[in-house]
Design a protein around this ligand. Structure first.
Ligand code: 5GP
Length: 107
């Protein structure tokens, strides 16, 4: 069965898209830890992030870096934090979380 994130890629589930190309998609987290909390995924469904093959892995982080730069240009923040958790959804994803202070995040 396709993951929730594959269903977003396929347009079966709506999401607020932040950026997209043929291999990757960035969209807003449905339950944000901060305004602009974005998830970046490979469109090809891979459960574990470290199972992504090398050339694609490098492209994935380059894409995430561009997305983080874009977020930073529209959301006032000190940094865009990056986190890889992956406990809830079994489809590799990077969390990009605009942050000014650790105390901003309501964990
Ligand atoms: P993790 O797997 O890294 O623990 O967390 C998965 C993240 O995906 C959570 O932050 C959760 O809010 C987000 N998420 C789960 N389902 C959906 C969904 O259907 N749409 C969107 N936009 N985000 C989701």
């Amino acid at each position: 069965m396709a993951s929730i994130f594959s269903r977003i890629v396929n347009g079966e589930i709506p999401a607020w898209k932040v950026a997209e190309n043929d291999k990757f998609l960035a969209f807003l987290d449905i339950n944000p830890l901060a305004e602009g909390h974005t998830l970046v995924i490979p469109k090809q469904e891979v459960d574990y992030i470290f199972d992504i093959e090398d050339p694609l892995y490098a492209e994935y982080f380059t894409f995430a870096k561009k997305v983080a730069k874009g977020i930073r240009s529209v959301i006032p923040c000190t940094k865009v934090g990056i986190a890889v958790i992956g406990l809830e959804v079994a489809h590799a994803h990077i969390h990009l979380i605009p942050i000014n202070s650790i105390y901003d995040i309501d964990f």
